[in-house]
Design a protein around this ligand. Structure first.
Ligand code: F6P
Length: 319
């Protein structure tokens, strides 16, 4: 293989730059030309492609976002759009493609692979919603960002004897809320994977207050109702002033943690190795700290298991 391409697609995630760097450097190290495709499948369809040099990825390993930019592309979901993309790949002589993104991006990669383009996926999303891998690139950085925010919220909440609902991202996956809930010592965590009982949450808050607790944090995964309504209800029942913080896109930015930089570097290099071995339609993942790769279709069929152990532990430690 002489020329490979790399793109980032879907929501950006901290560590994507480290993955791009790894793909570019491993590709060049192995004697290949590496083309950077801008704005995901959108840029592919429109031929927004440039050759990457060693220097194109200098000074990016520590930066959030993606230097290749990213997009969600409706046109690529159509047969017509994909035909255009395949043509562009041929025009640029790109024989193998590394797609860094989440499940939607992987579904696109699989279609390309079915059409004969050698494609490898790298999981880049803060959501950690891909069941085949223990972690996706960006997840732990997002959790750390949430923890940083919780620390600040605690300062002000404690000063005012308030409770705080902190709404976090994750789409349909509660991992950010769950892990940040445990690490941040949240009193309650509201997740899509578990039924929640507002009376139980209120009871805990009242018990905590009676014990002299200065403040309380309730983690809420996005999409589970209106945080402000939940806050109002809690305030009515408990008589504890309850504020709401919706963290939003702050969770997608920032310098990637060491964990995400290392994960991204390992995965990027493995993706290049797989392309050199002639593999296609596969995704790279990590299980028990060992890199793995598997068929994209199979990977997307695996159902995400809810981490009951972490959830039970969070509950036990927040009595
Ligand atoms: O998939 C990453 C993610 O940040 C989700 O957690 C969130 O639901 C969504 O993307 C937000 O998308 P956008 O950046 O398009 O608003």
């Amino acid at each position: 293989m002489r020329t490979i391409g790399v793109l980032t697609s879907g929501g950006d995630a901290p560590g994507m730059n480290a993955a791009i760097r790894a793909v570019v450097r491993a590709g060049i190290y192995n004697g290949m030309k590496v083309m950077g495709i801008e704005r995901g499948y959108n840029g592919l369809i429109n031929g927004h492609i440039k050759e990457m040099e060693l220097s194109s990825v200098a000074d990016i390993i520590h930066r959030g976002g993606t230097v290749l930019k990213t997009a969600r592309c409706e046109e690529f979901k159509t047969e017509e759009g994909r035909k255009k993309a395949i043509n562009v790949l041929k025009v640029f002589g790109i024989e193998g493609l590394v797609v860094i993104g989440g499940d939607g991006s992987f579904a696109g990669a699989q279609k390309l692979s079915e059409a004969g383009i050698k494609t490898i996926g790298i999981p880049g999303t803060i959501d950690n919603d891909l069941a085949y891998t223990d972690y996706t690139i960006g997840f732990y950085t997002a959790v750390n960002t949430v923890l940083d925010a919780i620390g600040k919220i605690r300062d002000t909440s404690a000063s005012h004897d308030r409770a705080n609902i902190v709404e976090v991202m994750g789409r349909h996956c509660g991992d950010i809320a769950l892990y940040a809930g445990l690490a941040g010592g949240a009193e309650s965590v509201i997740l899509p994977e578990e039924e929640y009982n507002i009376d139980e949450i209120c009871k805990k808050l009242i018990q905590g207050k009676n014990r002299g607790k200065l403040h309380s944090i309730i983690m809420l995964a996005e999409g589970l109702g209106n945080a402000f309504e939940i806050g109002k209800k809690i305030e009515e029942v408990t008589n504890i002033e309850t504020k709401v913080t919706v963290l939003g896109h702050i969770q997608r930015g920032g310098n990637p943690t060491a964990f995400d930089r290392i994960l991204a570097s390992r995965m990027g290099a493995r993706a290049v190795e797989l392309l050199m071995d002639g593999a296609s339609g596969r995704v790279v993942g990590i299980r028990a700290n060992q890199l793995i790769d598997m068929d994209i279709h199979e990977a997307l069929l695996i159902e995400k298991k809810f981490d009951k152990e972490i959830s039970e532990l969070t509950k036990m430690l927040s009595i």
